[in-house]
Ligand binder design. Structure first.
Ligand SMILES: *[C@@H]1O[C@H](CO)[C@@H](O)[C@H](O)[C@H]1NC(C)=O
Ligand SMILES: *[C@@H]1O[C@H](CO)[C@@H](O)[C@H](O)[C@H]1NC(C)=O
Ligand SMILES: *[C@@H]1O[C@H](CO)[C@@H](O)[C@H](O)[C@H]1NC(C)=O
Ligand SMILES: *[C@@H]1O[C@H](CO)[C@@H](O)[C@H](O)[C@H]1NC(C)=O
Ligand SMILES: *[C@@H]1O[C@H](CO)[C@@H](O)[C@H](O)[C@H]1NC(C)=O
Ligand SMILES: *[C@@H]1O[C@H](CO)[C@@H](O)[C@H](O)[C@H]1NC(C)=O
Ligand SMILES: *[C@@H]1O[C@H](CO)[C@@H](O)[C@H](O)[C@H]1NC(C)=O
Ligand SMILES: *[C@@H]1O[C@H](CO)[C@@H](O)[C@H](O)[C@H]1NC(C)=O
Ligand SMILES: *[C@@H]1O[C@H](CO)[C@@H](O)[C@H](O)[C@H]1NC(C)=O
Ligand SMILES: *[C@@H]1O[C@H](CO)[C@@H](O)[C@H](O)[C@H]1NC(C)=O
Ligand SMILES: *[C@@H]1O[C@H](CO)[C@@H](O)[C@H](O)[C@H]1NC(C)=O
Length: 554
């Protein structure tokens, strides 16, 4: 079918006219369910909407691999207008966008979708260095600022259902020590949204991993570490990327396990991806099961994967092809089958909102050999402290490339290893999600961490200029405090007034006013140099890798 394009301006005008007559209903959480403004239960009947870009290296355990680039799927009104009739044929009420660029304008797409009754679930993370790194997790200023910029761009639209703080960050039981960083992100993003008066939900999309950590991770993300019934660190919405139903399966064969595992789950849950391709053709009979009275007590619908072509080692997940000139959409059997199944769903409108009650926040799951997450969370990343620290450092990371992400991990490894040989350590930049120990510099962005390590090494070498070189990646700041004790004092004062948990503000230069963090409890500041404890970690390896929790599937 060929669709001709109208102008974006005409579309936007039509959409805003339409939405002023028939505004999309606000969705809110009641107990463990979602409700619209009329008090009807809301089920997500959606589709993933993210055009693939860049190279992704796939393997058997990770059919998609990690992309190196992305296309913002909500920034081109012509493309959204081209796709809208097809989304309507599918009868979806939600799309999920995995990677968006806060510098771009999203009015045309968001208003067009809103006018058609379609909500957006927006992932805040980005490929490469824009998400919590599962190999070396941190919740740091660069991520917080990235997330806030995206929130500031999207929270003005009336059809944003949720922001995801991560997708498949944890993929194995030995990676569950990344969970405290995810939970800290939830805490800070919830506080930020609340400070803006926004009630957009905060979610996480989980891999459907082995049972030794899957439900514990879910319970952890929705628990209350303070045991006071507070939901301040709990996700509002849990997404499970579930591909257990292949071909023409049955509830008993594919979903009975997950239904039972989540039977007592406390917050709204949905399948943030579904649509197995290993028994083609996809008949989408799982839709009837997912929206049935058997599953509605736990699940509030799901998102089929995927509208756009998505090649993987398993095969093709996409349901349409786009013509080379971008003007037309070709649909296939997968598309027709999904449209037919979505057209037939009629999920129960129970329980009603008053019966759903309030959400309960239980205590957090205990640590075990297969669940490593501490219930002690890392602090709120503090831009002011990190910027202040940066001005006290005597040996600065001065990359000769804009693309510093490619070298920063390598240099941290080198820097920490040399520092260890010189009697120092990298404890200050390290965070450990299983012990709950977070170094005071652990929330700073990778370049500042690197400058910190370089400076310690330089100081440990009595400021020998040759020790501040790192193959041309480092430069001495001659105006920084020159003796160790004044450097320590300056650095310590940067962190002394920082509260460990506070409501973040928009980063400087983002258009919103940035105010300093309220001061309360001083962090346990330790001297810059002179701590001769053992090196942090095995062989002092700090790997700020490029692995990021986006676009993966297993
Ligand atoms: C985001 O958009 C800005 C403005 O067009 C552009 O300069 C930047 O490269 C984009 N970022 C990505 C990662 O595409
Ligand atoms: C975690 O477990 C996976 C297999 O489940 C293994 O491939 C990986 O090397 C382990 N990682 C660490 C850091 O032990
Ligand atoms: C799927 O299975 C059901 C029951 O076993 C059967 O009635 C139906 O025809 C099958 N559908 C397809 C598309 O194979
Ligand atoms: C927007 O999408 C249309 C349709 O695919 C395409 O022709 C156009 O080049 C795109 N515009 C931009 C700025 O990418
Ligand atoms: C899209 O194109 C690929 C490659 O030509 C083809 O295998 C696939 O069936 C097409 N899908 C649809 C939905 O047309
Ligand atoms: C909501 O459901 C409960 C339990 O089924 C019932 O007692 C109550 O009357 C219902 N309330 C409304 C407003 O329908
Ligand atoms: C990712 O790294 C690039 C340089 O490689 C940098 O410009 C960008 O700000 C970084 N993004 C985040 C979120 O850290
Ligand atoms: C940055 O460097 C990495 C690793 O060398 C490379 O894969 C990537 O394409 C580079 N990115 C840019 C934007 O040049
Ligand atoms: C900087 O460090 C990287 C990684 O160790 C190295 O490849 C590069 O040669 C160094 N020097 C410059 C000027 O980039
Ligand atoms: C060098 O140190 C001075 C004094 O602390 C500081 O004001 C300046 O910002 C630093 N320079 C850089 C490039 O960080
Ligand atoms: C965290 O600390 C524990 C206990 O000391 C240690 O076994 C583990 O390797 C540490 N984790 C990291 C990522 O360093």
């Amino acid at each position: 079918m060929r669709i001709t394009s109208r102008s974006v301006a005409a579309l936007a005008a039509a959409a805003s006219l339409f939405s002023s007559v028939h505004a999309i209903s606000k969705i809110s959480r009641g107990g463990r369910y979602l409700y619209d403004e009329s008090g009807n239960r809301f089920y997500i009947k959606g589709i993933a909407y993210q055009e693939m870009s860049g190279t992704s290296v796939a393997s058997a355990s990770n059919p998609f691999g990690e992309p190196t680039d992305y296309i913002d799927p909500l920034s081109n009104g012509t493309a959204c207008q081209r796709d809208l009739p097809f989304l309507q044929q599918l009868k979806v009420n939600a799309i999920r966008a995995y990677s968006v660029n806060s510098s771009l304008n999203h009015d045309a797409c968001m208003q067009a979708f809103s006018g058609a009754g379609i909500y957006a679930i927006i992932d805040l993370s980005l490929p490469v260095n824009g998400s919590i790194d599962r190999a070396s997790p941190a919740w740091s200023t660069n991520l917080l600022d990235l997330y806030i910029n995206t929130i500031d761009t999207f929270s003005k639209y009336d059809n944003v259902l949720a922001f995801n703080v991560g997708n498949e960050v944890v993929i194995a039981d030995n990676g569950t020590d990344a969970a405290p960083f995810i939970k800290a992100a939830v805490r800070d993003i919830k506080a930020y949204l609340a400070s803006k008066g926004s009630s957009i939900l905060v979610g996480y999309a989980s891999i459907d991993g082995s049972s030794d950590f899957r439900t514990e991770l879910a319970n952890y993300l929705s628990c209350d570490p303070s045991n006071s019934g507070s939901g301040s660190t709990a996700i509002d919405l849990y997404g499970l990327n579930n591909y257990e139903w292949c071909g023409n399966s049955t509830f008993q064969a594919s979903y009975a396990g997950v239904e039972s595992d989540f039977s007592n789950f406390n917050v709204p849950a949905y399948f943030s991806e579904f649509g197995c391709i290993t028994s083609p053709p996809r008949v989408w009979t799982e839709v009837a099961a997912l929206f049935s009275p058997e599953m509605s007590p736990v699940w509030s619908g799901g998102l089929a994967f995927s509208y756009f072509p998505d090649a993987s080692v398993q095969g093709q997940f996409g349901m349409v092809n786009i013509s080379v000139d971008g003007s037309s959409v070709m649909t296939g059997n997968d598309f027709n089958a999904l449209a037919s199944q979505y057209g037939q769903v009629n999920p129960p409108n129970t329980p009603n909102q008053s019966a759903a009650g309030n959400t309960n926040y239980p205590s957090c799951p205990a640590q075990s050999a297969t669940f490593l997450a501490s219930s002690s969370l890392p602090p709120t990343p503090n831009d002011q402290s990190c910027q202040c620290l940066d001005t006290t450092l005597s040996c600065l990371f001065t990359p000769q490339t804009d693309n510093y992400t490619a070298i920063v991990g390598d240099l941290l490894d080198t820097g920490c290893s040399l520092l260890g040989q010189a009697g120092g350590n990298c404890n200050d930049i390290a965070g450990n999600g299983s012990t709950g120990d977070y170094g005071r510099v652990s929330f700073c962005d990778p370049p500042i961490k690197l400058s910190f390590v370089f400076s310690e090494y330089y100081q440990a070498n009595n400021r020998n200029p040759q020790s501040c070189n790192f193959a041309g990646n480092a430069t001495v700041n001659n105006t920084a405090p020159s003796d160790v004790s004044s450097a320590n004092a300056a650095a310590t004062s940067c962190f002394a007034s920082a509260s460990s948990v506070f409501t973040p503000t928009a980063p400087a230069g983002s258009g919103s006013l940035s105010s300093s963090a309220s001061s309360k409890s001083p962090s346990g500041a330790v001297p810059l140099i002179g701590d001769v404890r053992a090196l942090w970690g095995m062989g002092a390896m700090v790997v700020v890798g490029v692995a990021s929790g986006v676009w993966t599937l297993a």
